[in-house]
Design a protein around this ligand. Structure first.
Ligand SMILES: [Zn+2]
Ligand SMILES: [Zn+2]
Length: 391
């Protein structure tokens, strides 16, 4: 069944390019939703629309006795101005599909088409999750609220591009057991002191001095409090405080992100950031408050499901084009973690990195592009996984 995806390669490219022209951001993707609905109608596939965002859940064999498998694509783009000179360039000012989610949507539509055409041979239901807002980690929770995983036995998703390593050639499929991507959370520390004239610091409490101690203290957490084999990151990307050289301000804002591969380390970082901030501030007579903007947990693949998906991929592409172990997982995050928190499954990668076609740029770069030749492979592996799972 999966080999039929080769026959729709041209259609997959067209869909990807159509979507590439109309990138939309966040939870509200009206044009993208309209496009996906039109395709589902054309294919004669049943679907429901989410409450709360532009997400769509499509069904093949809805309610058919047997197992239920869910396949997921994300549909949102980024606030980036496209630098590629292609005839399917973004027509939306300041917005771009610079992460390949246009390809994800196209590949999942292709898989839905082929699975629907062969639905009688499937012993169960396939559910297709077209989610919004992956880039801000808000789309998957809305999907869960709309019961996307109700009754689902396993969930699979693929990310195209150069994520793991740009030297992995286009057309290589990667699926590994265990943690494959990190948690990603944002934190904001508000340090409060007491403003005064710069000539008389003893009359106030200097929040800039406190912030300097907090920054160094946070580095100490990473250096001294985690096992050296555990990858964890704390990065501060934004500090703001003060307006003039001779005024001690009232307040400093410190904003950053944390990454980890276990829930334990993720929670420990949040706890220790709060303690270091609070006690550093207290030591100098000020206060500090932590706000955690929780993003997504680490993406942890079920070992059995990863092995199963790897075998399916090998049947589609051949052993030489499938990687089932990598040197290190990726420090980036993915809100696919929300699904893996509910049911077993695997998050997979399809390389589209090809220097000859200049598709080896990093994700979120204004030059990001994909080698479209691999699109059918993404659909075919989805089809193979679903048809094997429902045998
Ligand atoms: Zn992205
Ligand atoms: Zn992405």
């Amino acid at each position: 069944m999966f080999s039929k995806c080769k026959d729709i390669q041209a259609e997959l490219v067209n869909m990807r390019r159509d979507l590439h022209k109309i990138p939309e951001l966040g939870l509200d993707l009206p044009l993208t939703q309209k496009y996906v609905i039109a395709k589902l109608n054309e294919y004669g596939i049943e679907y429901s629309l989410n409450e709360g965002d532009s997400g769509i859940i499509a069904y093949v064999n809805k309610g058919k006795p047997g197992k239920v498998i869910a396949l997921r694509a994300d549909m949102d783009a980024l606030p980036i101005t496209e630098a590629n000179d292609v005839d399917y360039k973004s027509t939306h000012e300041g917005k771009m599909h610079a992460c390949g989610h246009d390809a994800h949507t196209s590949m999942l539509l292709g898989a839905a088409k082929i699975l629907n055409e062969n639905k009688d041979s499937l012993n169960g239901e396939v559910r297709f999750i077209f989610q919004t807002a992956e880039e801000i980690s808000k789309g998957a929770p809305v999907m869960l609220k709309n019961n996307a995983l109700k009754g689902v036995n396993a969930v699979f998703g693929t990310h195209i591009g150069t994520i793991l390593d740009r030297t992995i050639p286009a057309g290589t499929f990667i699926v590994c057991p265990g943690a494959v991507m990190a948690s990603f959370d944002r934190f904001v520390i508000t340090v409060k002191g007491k403003g005064c004239h710069g000539s008389t610091p003893e009359k106030g409490v200097d929040p800039i001095n406190i912030a300097a101690h907090v920054v160094l203290g946070l580095e100490g957490i990473i250096a001294r409090e985690f096992n050296a084999n555990d990858a964890v990151v704390i990065t501060i990307g934004h500090i703001q405080g003060g307006a003039q050289y001779n005024i001690i301000p009232d307040e400093v804002i410190i904003e950053g992100t944390t990454r980890a591969f276990t829930e334990e380390n993720r929670q420990k970082m949040a706890r220790r950031i709060e303690e270091v901030a609070k006690f550093s501030a207290e030591a100098f007579g000020g206060t500090a408050e932590l706000f955690m903007d929780w993003g997504a947990a680490p993406v942890v693949n079920d070992p059995e499901m990863a092995e199963f998906a790897g075998k399916c991929a090998i049947e589609v592409l051949g052993e030489e084009h499938v990687i089932t172990r990598v040197k290190a997982p990726n420090m980036g995050g993915e809100d696919f973690a929300f699904y893996l928190g509910e049911v077993p499954g695997a998050f997979m990668f399809l390389s589209s990195s090809n220097p000859d076609k200049k598709t080896d740029y990093p994700h979120h770069n204004p030059h990001f592009n994909i080698d479209e030749d691999v699109l059918w492979e993404g659909s075919a592996i989805f089809v193979k996984i679903a048809s094997e799972f429902l045998k």
